[in-house]
Write a protein that binds this ligand. Structure first.
Ligand code: PA5
Length: 427
């Protein structure tokens, strides 16, 4: 389970009643956006479904047949999967199939480079993921990569290698998948993109990467129970309440910090979850991240000495990483001889504790979350913990945690400009 240590000067108990009421509205389905509460029980409901069994069979097929697997999706349609895969699989040589990501931007250079890289692979599978089925970035990437697969394997060969994860009943991707008879998985109607990592959206790529999805869901299900505990034993509600206190005290930015580079994409997932859920009606902490200790040599200066607008969410791991120790050297010139035999994990922990103390003493409210170890159950627990905390935290701001009206504004402008460009081309 995830534990919470409040290293701020703000008392979570001051918001206890509000947090408990917000959590109750999530539980009884009366909160804002209540049509999108499917994520709440998905760790148990999806585990028990036929679709989950079918998904594991397809993942096993891809693992045995493919040497490359391309995940096409943007925002909530890929970040969760990538966060889990990168948190749990070795940083170098992540294994077979090699996983690529596309549809996360509109860079021609990037997509052309991916197509070139795919030429070196023999058997390529694609998983195109879009709940709406109309998002431009993944739609463009899919158009290009589908054509590539059809060219290489023929229409029938491409058909067996393309899996679509989308709405059960409608949308452009749904229609393309039905027409071409692609295998399909469903994004549940009542689960929004950024809350969908524990549905086929995240779980198919995660299973293809060889991560044990049963254990991931078990960790999330255990955390679900912990999120319903009374406030005094409820790390999730205490975190949400403390964040709100800090925000109301005038802080503007919440920086997610971790001391494990394999959590870099988890930080991106956290930023998307909180940014799209809370940043509405001119409210909310701006979610940012630092990767430690790397960024202590860049943004660390601002954290310590810059404008006092920053608070911090630290995600720590309790178990010491003892993969490496400082080796013996006959030469003492590098000044490290005193540390011989110490594990790098212990040194990293000391750097973490020293930084937390420095930040706290320098006026940065620090909220520390700790997972027991970097294993699959703990990552499942962390995903659920953040989803629940984010929902409660957004409700404490009095905004709907599950919509994203602001994202539509750029899309509207872009489609208008695209129509102009098409008209100019035709003329
Ligand atoms: O959280 C969200 O709802 C968004 O970030 C979406 O996941 C993102 O915009 C992609 O949308 P779609 O899956 O419809 O392509």
């Amino acid at each position: 389970m995830i534990t919470f240590t409040n290293k701020t000067q703000y008392d979570a108990a001051a918001r206890e009643q509000e947090a408990v009421t917000a959590a109750q509205s999530v539980e009884d389905g009366t909160c804002a956006g209540s049509a999108f509460l499917g994520w709440r029980d998905v760790p148990t409901t999806f585990l028990a479904s036929d679709e989950y069994a079918r998904m594991k069979d397809v993942a096993a097929e891809i693992r045995s047949e493919a040497d490359a697997f391309v995940v096409i999706g943007i925002g909530g349609s890929y970040l969760g999967a990538r966060a889990v895969i990168e948190a749990l699989t070795p940083a170098y040589g992540r294994g077979v199939p090699q996983i690529y990501y596309a549809g996360t931007d509109i860079s021609a250079t990037q997509l052309a480079a991916l197509r070139d890289a795919l030429a070196a692979h023999k058997n390529i599978y694609l998983n195109v993921i879009s709940k709406s089925g109309t998002t431009l970035e993944p739609a463009l990437a899919f158009r290009v990569l589908r054509a590539y697969l059809e060219e290489r394997y023929g229409a029938q060969g491409a058909r067996t290698r393309i899996i679509a994860t989308t709405d059960a009943a409608s949308g452009a991707l749904h229609d393309v998948a039905r027409t071409n008879e692609y295998r399909m998985f469903t994004v549940p109607d009542d689960v929004g993109g950024r809350y969908s990592v524990l549905t086929p959206v995240g779980l198919l790529p995660i299973a293809v990467a060889g991560v044990d999805t049963d254990a991931l869901l078990a960790g999330a299900a255990q955390q679900r129970q912990a999120c319903r505990a009374p406030f005094a034993q409820n790390a999730c509600l205490q975190y949400a309440a403390t964040r709100t206190q800090v925000y109301r005290a005038g802080y503007a930015v919440d920086v997610f910090a971790s001391y494990e580079p394999q959590f870099a994409i988890l930080a991106e997932w956290w930023k998307q979850l909180f940014g799209e859920s809370e940043g509405k009606e001119h409210k909310g902490l701006f979610p940012a991240s630092i990767q430690c200790t790397t960024d202590l040599h860049s943004l660390g200066q601002y954290m310590q000495d810059g404008a006092r607008i920053v608070c911090e969410t630290v995600l720590a791991v309790d178990a010491e990483d003892d993969a490496l120790h400082v080796p013996h050297s006959d030469s003492t010139a590098d000044g490290l001889s005193a540390y011989e035999g110490l594990s790098l994990g212990a040194i990293n922990r000391i750097a973490q504790d020293a930084t937390i103390r420095a930040h706290r003493d320098g006026g940065v409210p620090v909220m520390q979350l700790t997972m027991p170890q970097r294993d699959v159950q703990s990552i499942g627990a962390a995903l659920y913990f953040f989803e629940y905390a984010c929902a409660v935290s957004a409700l404490l701001l009095d905004v709907n945690p599950f919509d994203q009206p602001g994202v539509e504004v750029y899309k509207k402008n872009m489609y208008a400009l695209l129509s102009d460009a098409v008209a100019k081309n035709a003329g």
